[in-house]
Design a binder for this molecule. Sequence first.
Ligand code: NAP
Length: 448
Amino acid sequence: MSGTIDTIRTAILEGAPGDEIGALDLPESVRGALVKADEQEMFAGVASEDKDPRQSLHVEEFPLPELAPDEAYVAVMASAINFNTVWTSIFEPVSTFGFLKRLGKESYWGARHDLPYHVVGSDASGVVLQVGNAVRNWKPGDRVTVQCNHVDDQDPTAHNDSMMASNQRIWGFETNFGGLAEIAVVKANQLMPKPEHLTWEEAAVSGLCNSTSYRMIVSQNGAGMKQGDAVLIWGASGGIGAYAVQYVLNGGGIPVAVCSSPKRAEMLRAMGCEAVIDRKAEGYRFWSDETTQDSKEWLRLGKKIREQIGRDVDIVFEHPGRSTMGASVFVARRGGMIITCAATSGFMIEYDNRYLWMNLKTLKGCHFANYAEAWEANRLIGDAKIHPTMSRVYDLDQTAEAALAVHKNESEGKLAVLCLAPEKGLGVLNEELRAKHLDQITLFERFE
Ligand code: NAP
């Protein structure tokens, strides 16, 4: 290893063939966004909303680790902010160094991850630089996106639905060497073909959120939505919500899109949602104080939904958690499903169980996606049936600012981060498909 990152960047930008890319020397170290173990107590006693990722998330050089036989080095052209980047940077609900320690105990290769720093990021688009000697389906020069399901394929529990694997992890959150860096280390079974009608940054934003929403809405492992189903989508203009909206519309469902500003309501209408609820304008107060929920407010939301679509929703796409779960369980129709993948506002949940059991509703947990689901979700992007929701583009050095915007709920859709791409707008190979769908691809950016 003695190459430079500039040589790699230039080769990619000039479209060098795979054998030339594969022959490039890699640098000893690269830059990436990381948190430090010796700073994990820095926010002790600070309220969540006041914890500032700009204090904890640094962009620094780190040494490239040795490559395992089933892995690839990927030159990251662009990456994206996910809410898990926020969680890592504010050390909530737990510090991610515990995950790295546990992984470190598993094997020789796992031990590489247990370091006093954690390079974060669970999305990437880029180019394969080198592959380990057990990798069969990918080679240097391949243009890829990355899905973040990190599983050990020698674990038998990983061979039905790999999200059920006992050692399933989210890359760049529960593992080191994530996507917010110049070079990332990924397992070969995280790689997927880059949608070629998209720029590097547009291609980088979908892996995590799009796959999560696919599993939650479309997959039988999630809600398995059918045509005509009505779906209440919290945070409908946010990271996972804006993909959920697209899946509901594509699948012949009826989205009831919740947001918190007139701008977001307008974006959702532009996406094709007819039923939109601005929760801020409606002034819902599901909790009258820290310990008491107000069922009259649940009723008011239910009434609003009926006014808009004439009936109750079949599915609730739930992720805010503590602030909304009581209402979500209440408003789902008799026999309906509340599918949840998160708890942004708090994970100690309270709902009135009578509404669940007496009305035969199902509360179902869901988490990311297996490789097959992520692959199908990526293919839908590649076929331009689902579109990226990128609203802003940051440089790698501005990663912490981008994470702060997500933490403060000040952004819509997805925030992209340029890693090796020197500017936005590069990387498109299929101009014809792009031209056909340009309005939808750029919808979120146009609202900025
Ligand atoms: P995001 O881009 O910040 O969007 C979340 C949206 O939720 C916000 O735009 C906001 O929309 C709404 N929201 C926030 N707090 C709320 C509250 N108290 N009540 C009602 N709505 C609220 O985040 P994201 O990427 O969509 O992720 C959302 C959550 O899912 C995060 O906790 C994340 O960690 C989790 N997640 C889990 C998985 C998984 O695999 N398990 C995958 C992806 C994400 P409005 O203000 O406009 O209503």
